[in-house]
Design a protein. Sequence first.
Length: 262
Amino acid sequence: MEREKLIQEIAKHNWMHTIDLGQGVVTPGRWPVNQNVIKAYDKIDFKGKKVLDLGACNGLWSFEAERRGATEVHSVDYLTHVGYWCSPAYRLAHEALGSRASYHPDLNVYDVEQLGVNDFDVVVFSGIYYHLKHPLLALSKLRRVMKEGAHVVIEGPIYPDMARSYSSFHYRDLLFGDKSNWCVPTLRCLRDWVECSYFEVEQEYFNRPDAFSQLNRLKVALRSCLGMPPGEILRTVMLARAVVRQDPLYAGVDPDLVECSR
Ligand SMILES: C[S@@+](CC[C@H](N)C(=O)[O-])C[C@H]1O[C@@H](n2cnc3c(N)ncnc32)[C@H](O)[C@@H]1O
């Protein structure tokens, strides 16, 4: 597409993602590119890989995976319930980049098995778990379509509490004033969710690297003693790998993930 035409088309759409479309044209996304997701991407070798991008929105993480050499990318979103406002922007970026990613704007994360692919090398689960009423169910659905050793990139809000495992639940009490949010786990709880779903956490990145300083840990511990919530909400990016192993912390075998527990 010609540069001038592309600029005109971009102006017609609503952009959340900041995407470099080439020819010196960058989409005016409301969200800056999350550098912690970039750090996680830098740890993954995308060449020749099969990638699943959940909640693709305008497609940034799908196109970035493709740019890094992924050969099969599935961009999944579930827009039936929120309207399709981010879809035309996805399609424009897809065209401008000459992307070969396949787009599924009506597929709920709980139904990813319908893609018919069960050997993904990389799953990007960025900005979603807190929008789900059943984040653990989603993690097990994702684990079921991944190869052993595959990577998952998980991004979202956490409470900076490493001592206690619990999640807040937002039904009457809105989170960030947004009715599409359900929960915020503590860091320990998110790790527990991820590990009991047959993943091993390899790396964690935080939007405020000083949040786990000695002083801040003391503050969180003090708030806990006083029965107060752990304070501010941070964002984390977790990079984890799909594993097959027995679970020494669970009495039986998770019926959803029997094949991961050998
Ligand atoms: C905060 S945006 C995150 C966009 C993008 N993944 C990122 O990290 O920049 C949340 C996305 O999750 C999608 N979403 C919400 N619930 C979903 C579900 N049940 N299944 C699939 N996608 C869902 C929304 O449609 C939206 O595109």
